[in-house]
Design a protein around this ligand. Sequence first.
Ligand SMILES: [Zn+2]
Ligand SMILES: [Zn+2]
Length: 300
Amino acid sequence: MKVVVFNVGPALSAYIELGNKRIVFDLGKSNDFSPVNDFLIPLFERREGKKDYYTIDQLFLSHPHRDHITDLNAMNERFHYTLYTTPNDLSEGEEKYKNVNWSLVDDPTSEEVKNVKEAYKGRCLPLRSCDPSRMTIGFIYPGWVENDETLKDESYTNNIGIVLYIHSGYRIFFAADIQKEGMKKLLEYNNEIKKKIGQGVDFLVCPHHGLRSSFSTALFDAMRNGKTKKLNIVSEKANDDDNRNVDSRYSSTDYCEGDNNMSSEDGIVCQRKTSQGHIFIDDDGTVMVEKDIAKIIDKF
Ligand SMILES: [Zn+2]
Ligand SMILES: [Zn+2]
């Protein structure tokens, strides 16, 4: 498995190659970097020649917040997806199958959110993955998020998000923007995700951009040894508001063993931020933090 978590400013986007499967997890872009135009198209063009359309095996859009979907238009123009995975939108029957409630979603009139809303049509449970033996998808049913007393102070849009655990050589957990109480509920409701996390997390793509307000001790409690083994990855979204700062615990040895190629006698590295560069993880778990995307394309 090769993974790159892009430097897209205060947004999130990652690309994963798992054997012959090609997977995109979220599509945030920044003013000066587009995952689609600056990485995916050059990579696929180099491999397959110039084509109108390329195909990936699975596109995840964890939740309909703009910082996770702004590059979707560019993606739709040049890519087909075998699987397109977003929070559940099947309205029939039981409470738990209730629709995503678009009146609770932030920014529902923006072009990007409308795009995603269209894409939700026809989504139904269970959410499939392109490699079920190595990928585990987790989420809380939108109806449960909507009606849970403890979740009502957190963002509905964040907590209906999809998380993804992949195990192939190393173990990586994409925690999307699930917030503190949401993560507790997710682990309570979703035994499969809880079991996987219990088997260990080498790389954590930290929940909600590493913000202090979403640091989850329940998540670390559920992990083997109570900490990430290799690295906490923060897709930074800090600003002056104190509660929106990145949580310093991610860079502490209390929450990460720092078993990675960047740690040395001079210091143990527990956390890297995408604001320092695109974060690439090779098949053997070696990490590279690199500003020049061409050097990362060369790794694939
Ligand atoms: Zn976000
Ligand atoms: Zn969000």
